[in-house]
Design a binder for this molecule. Structure first.
Ligand code: PMP
Length: 303
């Protein structure tokens, strides 16, 4: 089992910085029983000038607040205070390149009724500076993403991730690296924990918002494409549109920008290194470490 903390690890839990090993949660929590909680996945990076910076921290805590509102979970914090607390968690644990996981959860409640208050935990653990250099073998999942008429699909809600776990485990059980899920109309939607883009003739395509989590990395990629003069089309696409495309990639806070090697064993028309998608990958990596020398300068020698 992965180890996310040791006896010295400090987390923020309901108003106090405490040892992760000593923290307790109520086993009668409505969140544990019904998957009724919201969370974020955030990255911090040691930047080019040696500082520790949390990437798009405002966007993440604003989305956490919106997710809580979507699920009727009381939310009594604000983005600035949670930002300060998160830097303190990183600082107390001596973390630079880290993954940060805030969760808003419910107190003891076996009914389906709303609660008067929510609880919060902010955890962080070390993460390698850059993941995703290898290309992924992806398969279209037999699981669809949750129907937005049954879920608040734009919210980052714990319960939605049973769908992600099923799809990811199915793909890995078949020998692939990751799944690509379709929506309830059989249009491509997203990965279990990332958004998707594909490339044809220098143009990038990505599913429009509506049936997917509005990824902060997705929004960042759209901004980078604007700066790099790469055209992006948001719309509804089928898996047939992806087979034989020039390239495709997943993007997410944890995944960063990671290219596909194949989709259902069908390769892509261009070598990854020669695609616009690769330029986006490099630009993203430079952005998160605030390497300002050049937008698409190769990152070499930065730890
Ligand atoms: N879709 C899903 C289902 C996810 O879990 C994530 C990761 N949060 C994403 C997309 C990408 O979102 P972001 O770029 O904000 O991490």
């Amino acid at each position: 089992m992965a180890s996310y903390y040791d006896n010295n690890t400090v987390i923020y839990h309901n108003g106090a910085f405490v040892k992760a090993a000593d923290a307790k949660m109520d086993l009668y929590s409505q969140s544990l029983h019904y998957g009724y909680s919201v969370f974020e996945g955030i990255r911090s990076y040691r930047t080019a000038d040696g500082e520790t910076k949390i990437f798009k921290v405002k966007e993440h805590y604003d989305r956490l607040q919106a997710s809580a509102a979507a699920l009727n979970l009381p939310y009594t914090w604000n983005t600035q205070e949670l930002t300060d607390i998160t830097y303190e968690v990183l600082n107390r644990n001596g973390l630079g390149d880290a993954y940060i996981r805030p969760v808003i959860y419910a107190p003891a409640n076996m009914s389906f009724n709303p609660n008067a208050e929510s609880l919060i935990v902010i955890e962080a653990w070390e993460m390698a500076p850059f993941l995703g250099e290898k290309l992924l073998r992806v398969t279209v999942s037999s699981f669809q993403r949750p129907n937005p008429k049954g879920f608040k699909i734009h919210a980052k809600a714990a319960g939605h991730y049973v769908n992600s776990i099923l799809a990811s485990q199915e793909a890995k059980g078949k020998g692939y690296d990751e799944a690509l899920l379709l929506d309830m109309n059989d249009k491509i939607a997203e990965a279990p924990g990332a958004n998707v883009f594909f490339e044809k003739a220098g143009v990038l395509y990505t599913p429009a918002l509506g049936n997917i989590l509005p990824g902060i990395t997705r929004a960042t990629v759209l901004e980078l494409c604007d700066e790099l003069n790469i055209r992006v089309v948001e719309g509804q696409f089928t898996q047939q549109d992806l087979y034989g495309a020039d390239a495709a990639f997943f993007c997410g806070t944890a995944a960063e920008v990671v290219g596909f090697q194949s989709l259902d064993d069908v390769g892509f028309a261009m070598p990854w290194e020669e695609t616009q998608s690769r330029l986006v990958q490099i630009a993203y990596k430079n952005l998160v470490v605030e390497n300002k020398t050049e937008l698409v300068n190769e990152i070499t020698g930065i730890e």
